[in-house]
Design a protein around this ligand. Structure first.
Ligand code: IPE
Ligand code: IPE
Ligand code: MG
Length: 237
């Protein structure tokens, strides 16, 4: 595998459409989506990926019907009660990014427990973005910096030090973004972090996204030329 690939971020989209296609209610798609999270997390960990960030719930997703929101917020319990043991066996460390404030206490305590139990693991970071919004994150970072500045803890700000105020501070740069279900937008995901990430938009709905398709995305990533604004050696005069 391309050794520059350390961090993959995924917008797991299309659960509702997957369910509708089978004449089922939307929550049925979210339930299957959870199984895919397990499949993809274990596979990415086996491939040696350092960090996998999964967009599970956005700051905009509160607009959905209460029943659907409640169902999604019950899924951490389903996921960790089923798979925490396997995450431990695979040396996977759970993390979370987003505004914890609005997440129901029951879901939060499940996350806290999983984060604590896996905190000594040294393998892949499985990072869940829950109640996450890119703009919200940037505003919070700006406020936190202003606070530190007022208290005289910091002076100047540059791109790197600003990044340390983001939820993702300390994590490797996002190398590859994958969005399923053929929506060609970011939906407020990792706005600062995706500045130079490679992006793959696939038509597959998240509940159908397999480890084999992840392999194909990684192969595609390997074929991309990441110039970061420069000129490739083979292309220079
Ligand atoms: C993604 O699938 C899951 C979440 C946003 C929580 P959707 O629920 O957005 O599925 P579609 O896009 O309606 O098919
Ligand atoms: C983005 O999907 C959020 C997650 C996958 C958690 P949405 O389904 O909410 O995005 P939009 O509404 O189509 O932009
Ligand atoms: Mg969607």
């Amino acid at each position: 595998m391309d050794n520059t690939l350390q961090h993959i971020a995924v917008i797991m989209d299309g659960n509702g459409r997957w369910a509708k296609k089978q004449h089922k209610i939307r929550t049925f798609g979210h339930k299957k989506g959870v199984e895919q999270v397990r499949e993809i997390a274990i596979h990415a960990s086996e491939l040696g990926i350092k960090c996998l960030t999964l967009y599970a719930f956005s700051t905009e997703n509160w607009k959905r019907p209460e029943k659907e929101v409640n169902y999604i917020m019950s899924l951490p319990k389903v996921f960790f009660s089923k798979y925490l043991k396997e995450l431990m066996e695979n040396n996977i460390r759970v993390m979370m990014i987003g505004d914890e404030g609005r997440i129901p206490e029951e879901a939060m305590s499940i996350f806290r427990q999983a984060i604590k139990e896996t905190s000594g693991n040294t393998g892949m970071i499985l990072n869940f973005a829950v109640n996450y919004g890119g703009r919200d994150e940037i505003v919070r970072a700006a406020k936190a910096y202003a606070e530190d500045y007022k208290e005289g803890k910091v002076t100047d700000l540059d791109e790197e030090s600003f990044a340390s105020y983001l939820y993702t501070g300390g994590l490797p740069e996002v190398d590859l973004l994958i969005r399923t279900s053929h929506e060609l937008r970011l939906s407020n995901f990792l706005l600062y972090q995706l500045a130079y990430s490679e992006m793959i938009f696939t038509e597959t709905l998240w509940p159908d996204f397999t480890p084999e398709e992840l392999d194909r995305c990684i192969e595609e990533y390997g074929r991309r030329k990441r110039r970061f604004g420069g000129v490739d050696e083979t292309e220079s005069d």
